[in-house]
Design a protein around this ligand. Structure first.
Ligand SMILES: Nc1ncnc2c1ncn2[C@@H]1O[C@H](COP(=O)(O)OP(=O)(O)OP(=O)(O)O)[C@@H](O)[C@H]1O
Ligand SMILES: [Mg+2]
Length: 192
């Protein structure tokens, strides 16, 4: 089971989503062993896991097309891939080996165009869904965003609320509400 977390746009919640999804996978014995493949040269998830290891999650640093392909082809278990915002070759290589693609995004603004660019990289037979990150629950912006994805027939696999405890990153305990919502995302990604 390979889950690739991707959006060509930076700063949307890829690393946060990858960490939480890996933690969710590792919390059930069914999905173990679990690897988090960090395909981003910035190594944000690698730094996160080095500072704050998650029980049952192995870190594989793979910041090149060659290493990410090898990690995805070789690892026997559940793999969650955190991808870089810019490097299309790495992203494409990871997506082509995905069983599901999770696309973190934000509500409002220019987000849809960047998500559409990401969607264009995903072959038709690979299931994908968006996750609205740092969402302000109850706002019109959020409601419109979710409605627009439904109209575009892009499934919304999750709406993760904006929480200081999620933004806290490594060093703080993984946030309960974050874990709950990413568990739903994981379930939807894995069901297709
Ligand atoms: N649910 C949330 N609530 C509050 N803050 C969040 C939430 N999700 C993500 N963030 C914050 O948004 C910022 C960007 O998140 P993150 O680093 O995961 O994005 P990214 O897509 O991996 O960025 P990059 O493209 O630079 O790799 C971070 O400061 C993160 O803490
Ligand atoms: Mg990142």
């Amino acid at each position: 089971m390979n889950i690739v977390v991707s959006n060509v746009k930076g700063g949307v919640g890829k690393t946060t989503s990858a960490i939480y999804l890996a933690a969710v996978a590792a919390s059930g014995s069914k999905w173990r062993p679990v690897a988090l493949v960090d395909a981003d040269r910035q190594a944000s998830s690698a730094e996160w896991l080095e500072q704050d290891p998650i029980d049952g999650v192995e870190l594989i640093e793979a910041p090149s097309e060659r290493t990410v392909v090898r990690a995805l082809d070789k690892f026997d278990g559940t793999v969650v891939v955190d991808t870089p915002p810019g490097d299309e070759r790495i992203v494409r290589a990871a997506i082509l080996r995905a069983d599901a693609v999770v696309i973190p995004t934000r509500a409002g603004g220019v987000e849809p165009t960047r998500v559409l660019a990401t969607l264009q990289m995903i072959p038709k037979d690979i299931p994908c869904g968006v996750v609205v990150c740092a969402a302000r629950l109850g706002t019109n912006d959020l409601a419109v965003t979710v409605e627009e994805w439904a109209e575009a027939q892009v499934p919304v696999w999750g709406v993760v609320p904006e929480r200081v405890g999620i933004a806290a990153g490594p060093g703080a305990r993984l946030h309960r509400e974050g874990l709950e919502e990413y568990a739903r995302v994981f379930k939807r990604a894995q069901k297709r």
